[in-house]
Design a protein around this ligand. Structure first.
Ligand code: GDP
Ligand code: IMO
Ligand code: MG
Length: 492
């Protein structure tokens, strides 16, 4: 807890009429106001603090939403720091009524169904106001008081209808030259262009509609759109202005105060490292940061505070959109993984491209994001395979490569080298603990951990919150609660 220091001799040196002590008092008042905001949200600092990031190891869709939901109860703030409604996260659970619920969220953080969790959309998020309003309304049944438990950074940039229009145009153009990225058409790329070009409209800017109109003109000019787009976008924005301003906060201050005061904060990643703007397979990337550094830029929290970095790694590979995919299977295997794993894009409904797990790529992701542990997901999808392939190296021009170079040109010249594991050929869906896993599944899991040089802190064998098995030494155990904790194997 911050307290204002007693005045010292230095305090008398001010000739501005404002002493150092006075400055400290003003700061303390701001700090107290932020704490009061946390108290008003009815959340309390826990006995043991966790500051955790959940991130993917692949392109995305590894099950981040489901993991954030499992870890939600042990965190008070759940924060998105990047991406927008191009993300699609899924949570499956049984409601108090016994009803099976599947929540698919694109913009509000996952895990908010747990009482005591507050969702924050940080400054790095690209916000589609319409999606936010729709999700707040649609989830109200399963997430009580959701409208009071979501806060939005005043600095988050808005994704406008004009951005979605431009996304569509650009993709149409690129398709003609066979260079289509395969975006989600959610306007994310163009919204980032406006942001970087300093003509973006932020949530807080809605308090000055003259400024908003001026920026709309600048966007219409920049993207060569019909002049009527100004009116259309202005009308659209006017519809969400009141809602957004009512949720707007200084998220950097709130999150940093929460961290410094011992609250547990969960950063829920969107997308994955393969499509990180800086490190991914450019140009087949999204336009936001997706690697762990995005926590820092998108929330203002120093990365050294994020002591747990939990990665999710699907036990096979999928991709939506275009770009090199070394272990992609265009035949029966790809079709089978797609069917059994129900691999259809959460956001666009597109069938996902599928193939065996690519450990060369996953190892690169571990180096980039320094996960403290990894959860292997969708083990059950492999239950019935006679053998399971894992890509352990690439071959290119007669040379064997064991490192991942995220260059489209290079990757399209690589062919996978697989190691095969015998399948366990039984259902893992009903298993209750990690020690019950079939020996052959353990061999695969242990091999992946060994190859990656990282602790495997859990394995999921179904989409539900309870479908996680965790080994005795898992770093997740203190963070899991209720059904998710039941699969922990403290005895071994
Ligand atoms: P995210 O984008 O990383 O949050 O992942 P998505 O929600 O887009 O995609 C993961 C999909 O796999 C969702 O439909 C989940 O319900 C589902 N899922 C997650 N874990 C498991 C699992 O262990 N087994 C099975 N069969 N499905 C899972
Ligand atoms: P979650 O959070 C998988 C992909 C798109 C496309 C590329 C660029 O659910 O893991 P964009 O619309 O972002 O400009 O498209 O990025 N993409 C994702 N792929 N999971 C996601 O999110 C994705 N979000 C964007 O398919 O290839
Ligand atoms: Mg997804």
């Amino acid at each position: 807890m911050n307290t204002v220091a007693t005045p010292t001799a230095l305090d008398d040196l001010s000739d501005s009429g404002l002493s150092l002590h006075g400055v400290r008092q003003i700061r303390q008042a701001q700090h107290d106001q932020t704490l009061a905001k946390l108290a008003a949200l009815n959340i309390k600092a826990p006995a043991a603090q966790h500051v955790t990031w959940v991130g993917d190891l692949q392109q995305g869709d590894g099950g981040k939403g489901a993991m954030a939901d499992r870890l939600g109860p042990s965190h008070q703030l759940i924060v998105r720091t990047q991406g927008g409604d191009n993300a699609g996260h899924t949570t499956v659970f049984t409601a108090g009524s016994g009803q099976n619920v599947v929540l698919k969220n694109h913009i509000v953080p996952s895990g908010l169904r747990h009482p005591g969790c507050v969702g924050v959309l940080g400054n790095g998020v690209l916000l589609n106001a319409e999606r936010l309003a729709d999700e707040l309304a649609a989830f109200a049944q399963h997430v009580p008081d959701i409208d009071k438990r979501v806060l939005v950074s005043a600095r988050a940039h808005l994704v406008l209808p004009l951005h979605r229009l431009v996304d569509g145009y650009q993709e149409d153009l690129k398709r003609q030259s066979a260079h289509e990225i395969g975006t989600t058409h959610r306007g994310i790329g163009p919204a980032n262009v406006s942001k970087v070009n300093r003509i973006g409209i932020r949530v807080g800017d809605l308090s000055d509609m003259d400024l908003v109109e001026e920026r709309l003109h600048a966007n219409v000019q920049f993207f060569h759109l019909e002049p009527d787009q100004v009116r259309q976008n202005l009308e659209w924005l006017s519809g969400y202005r009141k809602l957004l301003l009512s949720l707007a906060i200084d998220s950097r201050r709130l999150i940093n105060t929460a961290v410094s005061e011992g609250y547990s904060v969960l950063f829920e990643g969107a997308q994955g490292p393969l499509i990180d703007l800086e490190h991914g397979i450019y140009p087949y990337v999204t336009t936001s940061p997706t690697a762990v550094y995005s926590v820092c830029s998108g929330s203002g929290v120093d990365l050294s505070k994020v002591t747990r970095r939990v990665g999710v790694l699907k036990l096979y590979q999928t991709m939506v959109g275009n770009g090199a995919f070394v272990s992609e299977d265009h035949g029966e295997l790809g079709e089978r993984l797609r069917r059994v794993g129900e691999e259809v894009g959460t956001t666009t409904g597109r069938p996902r491209r599928c193939g065996w797990l690519d450990l060369v790529h996953a190892h690169w992701a571990v180096g980039l994001n320094q996960y403290t542990s990894v959860v292997l997901t969708k083990l059950d999808v492999l239950d019935d395979f006679d053998e399971i392939g894992v890509c352990v190296a690439y071959q290119r021009d007669g040379e064997i490569l064991a490192h991942f170079e995220p260059e489209h040109r290079v990757l399209t010249q690589c062919t996978p080298i697989y190691r095969y594991f015998k399948g366990w050929k039984c259902s893992t869906r009903e298993l209750d603990s990690y020690s019950e896993l079939p020996e052959r599944a353990r061999q695969l899991i242990d091999f992946v951990g060994e190859y990656l040089g990282v602790d495997i802190s859990g394995v999921t064998k179904g989409p539900r919150d309870s479908d996680i098995l965790v080994p005795a030494a898992s770093e997740l155990i203190p963070m899991l609660a209720g059904p998710a904790r039941a699969g922990s194997d403290r005895a071994g």
